[in-house]
Design a protein around this ligand. Structure first.
Ligand SMILES: [Zn+2]
Length: 82
């Protein structure tokens, strides 16, 4: 998967090819068709929203669920919400 990766605050993101293993408990593996980088990502880049780095930017995605880890019964709502 090609991804926009932020490695350091206020340093331009890099486009990298990443690979992922099978999903673990509570995770879903999604083949991303498209993703948007929004204002929240700008806060991560500028450091006003704290997050451990490196991180993949673009949390607003559309894609196809390829696999789910143990315990995943729904990929449309956050855990604990109905
Ligand atoms: Zn957003």
């Amino acid at each position: 998967m090609r991804a926009a990766v932020l490695s350091e605050i206020n340093i331009p993101m890099t486009i990298e090819d990443l690979t992922f293993g099978e999903p673990i408990a509570g995770e879903a593996l999604v083949r991303v068709i498209t993703a948007g980088v929004c204002h929240s990502d700008l806060h991560f880049i500028e450091g006003t929203y704290k997050r451990s780095l490196p991180m993949v930017l673009g949390h607003e995605v559309a894609g196809v669920v390829e696999a789910v880890g143990p315990g995943v019964t729904n990929v449309c709502q956050p855990k604990g919400q109905k």
